[in-house]
Design a binder for this molecule. Structure first.
Ligand code: ATP
Ligand code: MG
Length: 393
C-alpha cells in the first residue's frame, strides 16, 4: 500500500467513526493510478468544517467558507473539504457561492476532468462515476460534462487541460479540444497569477514543446497575459524543453524563442516575482556571451554560465557535457570567487598608500580584482602590497 495513503488512513477512519463519510479525492487518486509521485493527500467528507475542527485536536482553518480545514496528523497536513458544489462563476476567479452537499457524486461532478473526479474509500475501492480510469488508460483528457459549459464556468480549466497534456503526455478528447478553441478567449478574464502557475507547470512537463504548438494552433497563446508568438515557426516544438532544469531557464527560453520587444515589460506582464525577473535578466545577458573568458565567468558565476550553455544546447539540440566540464575547470582556476577572497581590503590599501580615500580606491580594487582573476597577479599579501605601492591612478 502506498505510504502516504496509509499514513492518511487514521484521519479518514476517525471521520467515519464519528459517523461521517470520508474519501481520498482528486489529484492523489489520479497520481496513484498513474503510479506517479503523490504530492499531497486531499480528503472529501460529509463533515462540515466546524465538525472537522471539533473532531481533530490540530486543525488550521484555511478556507472555512469554501469548506476546507487542514488537519495535522503526525506532522503531515491533510486538506479536508466538505462535499460541495458551486454555482456559476461570476468573476471567473472564485466561485460566487459554495454550497455544502451530502452527496459525494455531486462533489465529484464539479471537478474539472474525469481523471480528477475520482475518489477512493477507506478500503481503497475506487469511485469513478465519470469514466476517469478509462480515460487514464486511454491517455485522454475529458471534462466532466459539457466542455463548453465547463470552460465557460472557469476558463482556467483550459490551461489545466494543456498542463495535463504536457505533464502526463496525454491527448485530448475531441469535444474537449473543440471547446478549448472556442473558449480560449475567456482566458483574459482569469487572473495572471493563476495562469502563470499552470503555464510554468506546463513548461515543466515532458510534452511542453508539442503542447505549445497545440496551444498556438488553437489560439490559446493569443490569450495569455501577454500574447505569445514564436519568432519563427516550430521553434517551440523543436526546442528541447526537457533539458531545462529551472523555472528561470524556462522563462528565459520563452523570451529567446518568442517575439518580445521589451523583456522586462514581458516578465512584468506575467506578474513574476522580482527575484525571478532578476534571475531571468541575468541569464539573458549571460546568454549573449559567446566565449567565456575568466572575467565573464567570475562576474556571472558558474551557475548562470552553465544555465546559459544548457539553454544554448536545448536550442541546438546538442550535448553540452564537454563544454560544461571545460567551464567548471576554468572556474576552478580562478583564484578568487568574490572580492571578499582578496586578502587586502579598502582600509589596508589606504594604509599602504597613505592616500585620502576617494574614487581612486574603487578603481584600484577593480583593477586588482581583474588582474587576480586573470592570473596576472598572485594572491598573496606581499605581492598584492607591492602591486598596490606601484599602482598609479
Ligand atoms: P497537482 O498535481 O498540481 O496538485 P491537482 O489536479 O491535484 O494537480 P489541485 O489544484 O491540487 O490540482 O486541485 C485538486 C483537485 O481539485 C483537482 O484534482 C480537481 O479535482 C479539483 N480542481 C482543481 N482546480 C479545479 C478547477 N479549476 N475546476 C474544477 N476542479 C478543479
Ligand atoms: Mg493537488
Amino acid at each position: 500500500m502506498n505510504e502516504m495513503f496509509k499514513n492518511a488512513l487514521p484521519v479518514l477512519k476517525r471521520l467515519e467513526d464519528e459517523g461521517y463519510r470520508a474519501y481520498f479525492v482528486g489529484g492523489c487518486v489520479r497520481d496513484l493510478l498513474l503510479d506517479r509521485p503523490i504530492k499531497d493527500i486531499d480528503i472529501a467528507s460529509s463533515a462540515r468544517p466546524k465538525d472537522v475542527q471539533e473532531i481533530f485536536p490540530k486543525t488550521i482553518p484555511v478556507g472555512i467558507e469554501h469548506g476546507t480545514v487542514i488537519v495535522r496528523h503526525e506532522s503531515v497536513s491533510y486538506e479536508v473539504t466538505t462535499f460541495r458544489k458551486e454555482d456559476e462563476y461570476k468573476d471567473y476567479r472564485r466561485p460566487s457561492k459554495v454550497w455544502f452537499v451530502d452527496d459525494l457524486k455531486e462533489d465529484l461532478s464539479r471537478r474539472d476532468f474525469t481523471f480528477n473526479a475520482m475518489a477512493m474509500d477507506i478500503s481503497f475501492q475506487l469511485i469513478d462515476h465519470f469514466g476517469g480510469r478509462d480515460d487514464l488508460e486511454r491517455k485522454q483528457i475529458r471534462t466532466v460534462g459539457d466542455p463548453n459549459l465547463r470552460f465557460s464556468e472557469d476558463p482556467l480549466r483550459i490551461m489545466r487541460a494543456c498542463r495535463f497534456m504536457s505533464v502526463f503526455n496525454m491527448a485530448i478528447e475531441r469535444k474537449t479540444e473543440q471547446a478549448i478553441k472556442e473558449k480560449a478567449c475567456l482566458l483574459s478574464r482569469i487572473s495572471t497569477e493563476r495562469i502563470a502557475i499552470e503555464f510554468i507547470k506546463l513548461l515543466q512537463g515532458e510534452q511542453a514543446g508539442s503542447v505549445l504548438k497545440f496551444m498556438q494552433e488553437r489560439s490559446v497563446l493569443n490569450h495569455l497575459p501577454t500574447k505569445l508568438q514564436e519568432k519563427q515557426s516550430d521553434l517551440y516544438k523543436d526546442f528541447d524543453w526537457n533539458a531545462l532544469e529551472s523555472d528561470e531557464q524556462r522563462w528565459t527560453a520563452i523570451l529567446l524563442l518568442s517575439d518580445v520587444s521589451d523583456d522586462r515589460a514581458f516578465l512584468k506582464s506575467w506578474k513574476l516575482p522580482n527575484h525571478m525577473i532578476k534571475k531571468v535578466e541575468k541569464l539573458m545577458s549571460a546568454y549573449g556571451i559567446i566565449s567565456w573568458r575568466k572575467m565573464d565567468l567570475y562576474r556571472c558565476g558558474l551557475e548562470t554560465a552553465i544555465s546559459s550553455i544548457t539553454l544554448k544546447s536545448a536550442i541546438e539540440k546538442k550535448d553540452n557535457a564537454e563544454e560544461i566540464a571545460q567551464l567548471k575547470q576554468r572556474y576552478r582556476e580562478i583564484p578568487i570567487k568574490s572580492r571578499k577572497d582578496i586578502p587586502l581590503d579598502g582600509q589596508d590599501i589606504i594604509e599602504i598608500t597613505q592616500r585620502e580615500p576617494g574614487i581612486w580606491l574603487g578603481k584600484l580594487l577593480e583593477e586588482m580584482e581583474k588582474k587576480i582573476v586573470e592570473g596576472e597577479l598572485a594572491l598573496n599579501s606581499t605581492a598584492l602590497q607591492d602591486w598596490v605601492k606601484r599602482w598609479e591612478p
